[in-house]
Design a protein around this ligand. Structure first.
Ligand code: TXA
Ligand code: MG
Length: 314
């Protein structure tokens, strides 16, 4: 691991590593991010592996220009208005993905929406511009620990796991971005309080934000929104072989696989394919999706968490 001040050389190195599917920790105005090429399934899977995240929470895609958004998501009128006022800055907007979006399904955790943020930190902007495409990044810390606001914090937690930490000094905001759901036609909803004040946002949109956490019918936290994504077909877990009519999602050596998450039995590769393959198999030409057992070590724990939710009767 190297910690490098931001120079043209370290920025070029960061872009090269991202292109190779490696991870780079970088400063933003809120907290340090652990970045990967948002279009590279395996690179995104290594974010979860490196953080030791037991669940696949959706990730935020970071951009260096508003014009990038149209390549992968749809900006509603509210999103455009809020972008004009608060981008670049500590505001993340959850938008509908375009049908042909190149962003990994693992970034959106299988949802049809994705979080997009245009950071104002000049070093983040330099790295994103040099790479030229969206970078998926959660906070650069081991899961369950406090978010890092200096390069030193990042090194303490992840130092031996990543090839490069860009050092841009202490983060000015220090708390994560505010997250708004602007994916619908209705009033934007506050999913997470953060770097931009709610009052400021409400004065721009001219009305109070929806607050899903105080609506008894709505999910209580963004994490629980995940339960909204489930295949339409019934999912049968720990299947050894498919029943008549079922699609067979295999793991490891298997016969009759419709798709195989990882023929060699690699959990990271399986994580990279999980959401994309579930979507491909969720086809009415099958009666259900039978899934082979996946071990629970490494990313296997998160895979099993998602599979259990997908199999939950709905
Ligand atoms: O300030 C920040 O936002 C930092 C820096 C690095 O940009 N990033 C950050 O990422 O805090 P993370 O992974 O710790 O938080 C992302 C959260 C998810 O846990 C989820 O709650 C929400 O963003 N999110 C992302 N995409 C979503 C979606 N499609 N629907 C609902 N929530 C989403
Ligand atoms: Mg975090």
């Amino acid at each position: 691991m190297t910690v490098e001040k931001v120079t043209p050389q370290s920025i070029a190195l960061a872009a090269k590593l991202l292109n190779e599917g490696r991870l780079v920790a970088f400063p933003t105005e809120t907290v340090y991010g652990l970045g990967a090429d948002a279009a590279n399934d395996l690179a995104v899977a290594s974010i979860f592996e490196t953080k030791g995240r037991p669940q696949f929470n959706p990730l935020i895609a970071h951009i260096a220009d508003i014009s990038w958004v149209e390549r992968f998501a749809v900006m509603s009128p509210a999103a455009k208005k809020l972008a004009e006022k608060f981008w670049p800055g500590p505001l993340t907007m959850v938008m509908k993905k375009t049908p042909d979006s190149p962003i990994s399904h693992l970034v959106s955790a299988g949802l049809d929406t994705m979080g997009v943020r245009f950071p104002v930190h000049p070093d983040a902007q330099k790295m994103l511009a040099a790479f030229g495409r969206p970078v998926a990044a959660p906070s650069a810390n081991i899961s369950g620990t406090v978010s890092p606001t200096t390069a030193e914090h990042v090194a303490q937690g992840l130092g031996d796991k990543i090839p490069l930490i860009l050092d841009g000094g202490a983060c000015a905001v220090g708390v994560e971005s505010t997250i708004l759901d602007v994916s619908g036609d209705d009033t934007p909803a506050l999913l997470r309080a953060g770097g931009v004040g709610v009052e400021e946002i409400e004065s721009v949109i001219g009305k109070p934000l929806r607050r899903p956490e105080s609506d008894p019918k709505a999910p209580r936290s963004p994490g629980q929104l995940l339960s909204h994504y489930a295949p339409r077909l019934p999912v049968r877990l720990n299947a050894i072989k498919p029943a008549e009519g079922e699609a067979f999602l295999a793991f490891g050596p298997a016969e009759n696989a419709t798709l195989n998450l990882s023929p060699s039995g690699d959990v990271k590769e399986a994580a990279a394919h999980l959401f994309a393959y579930m979507r491909r198999l969720d086809d009415p030409k099958y009666t259900g999706i039978a899934v082979m057992p996946v071990p629970t070590y490494g990313l296997g724990l998160a895979i099993n968490d998602r599979l259990k939710r997908a199999a939950y009767p709905h």
